[in-house]
Ligand binder design. Structure first.
Ligand SMILES: Cc1ncc(C[n+]2csc(CCOP(=O)(O)OP(=O)(O)O)c2C)c(N)n1
Ligand code: SF4
Ligand SMILES: [Mg+2]
Length: 268
């Protein structure tokens, strides 16, 4: 422990409730068990901190997809269910419609959302469902060994593109957040990362804004979070953040995405 983190509790006043929540995320019930350097547990923590700070934990319901983050259902102290691969936005739709006071979110990976469940998220967004989807994008099917997904960036090595993704053979990545941002019914789309202290802080604000939109009833929201997968990227754990910045982030710039609704003219 560095000196700056040592607190003399006999002199220091108790931390404000919000800081205490950050220091002790009591909605996380145990060890995550994921690889060293994985970015997904950081994203989980941010999500839970936001739910706590908005004071909506008791009415939150999560729908978790299938991927490495799927094991979070065992350690997150929030109502959750897991549904078939990619179907989380549809399950979230049903839950929100029968429990409109619920704060309903999905947690999905890129393989889950953009491969198996591409139609689910697009239709849910286009219907303007008042739910929040959280995408953990690492550009690989991490859980099954690091195969290429629909979001793998050009040049990225994966187990099924050992020489790097080549658009001539593998096609181009699908920028799901940009697609969603182009749809009517969408209230908020943003992209963050967990590769540095600064990006973590900014990503938390993006998640919070998305849930504020849901609480205001303004429609569908999506927050894509670029997460490190050193195992699937074939890089040492410590190199994960730089790899994220130099590869994924070039294709998927961070920040709030402008909404560009495509409005069909009546009678055309
Ligand atoms: C219909 C279906 N297809 C494939 C699988 C196998 N499978 C389980 S987890 C997974 C990888 C998911 O990747 P992603 O959503 O990107 O999550 P990550 O592991 O990268 O966090 C796959 C392909 C499955 N369980 N069900
Ligand atoms: S394979 Fe990748 S996504 Fe899965 S736990 Fe390991 S680092 Fe995380
Ligand atoms: Mg993935």
């Amino acid at each position: 422990m560095t000196e700056s983190r040592i607190i003399d509790t006999t002199k220091a006043p108790p931390p404000p409730a919000e800081l205490a929540a950050k220091a002790h995320p009591d909605l996380i019930l145990g060890e995550h068990g994921l690889c060293p350097g994985c970015g997904e547990p950081v994203a989980l923590r941010l999500l839970l901190e936001v739910l706590q700070e908005l004071d909506v934990v008791q009415r939150s319901i999560g729908v978790v997809g299938h991927g490495c983050y799927g094991s979070f259902v065992q350690i997150m102290d929030v109502e959750v269910l897991q549904c078939l691969h990619g179907r989380a936005p549809s399950c979230a739709t049903g839950i929100k419609r029968v429990r409109p006071d619920g704060v309903v979110f999905t947690m999905q990976g890129d393989g889950d959302m953009v491969n198996e469940g591409l139609q689910e998220v697009l239709h849910t967004a286009a219907r303007g469902e008042n739910v929040t989807c959280i995408l953990l994008n690492n550009g690989v099917f991490g859980d099954t060994g690091g195969q290429q997904t629909a979001t793998t960036v050009i040049g990225q090595r994966t187990k099924t593109s050992l020489d790097g993704r080549d658009p001539k053979t593998h096609g181009y990545p699908i920028p799901i957040a940009d697609l969603v941002a182009s749809l009517d019914g969408v209230a908020y789309v943003a992209r963050g990362a967990v590769s540095s202290a600064g990006s973590v802080a900014r990503t938390k604000r993006l998640i919070r804004t998305a849930f504020e939109h849901q609480l205001a009833g303004s429609g569908f929201s999506l927050v894509e979070i670029l997460t490190m997968c050193p195992t699937g990227w074939f890089v040492p754990a410590a190199a994960g953040p730089d790899y994220l910045t130099e590869s994924l982030e070039k294709t998927y710039p961070l920040g709030e995405l402008p909404l560009r609704p495509i409005r069909l003219e009546a009678g055309r």
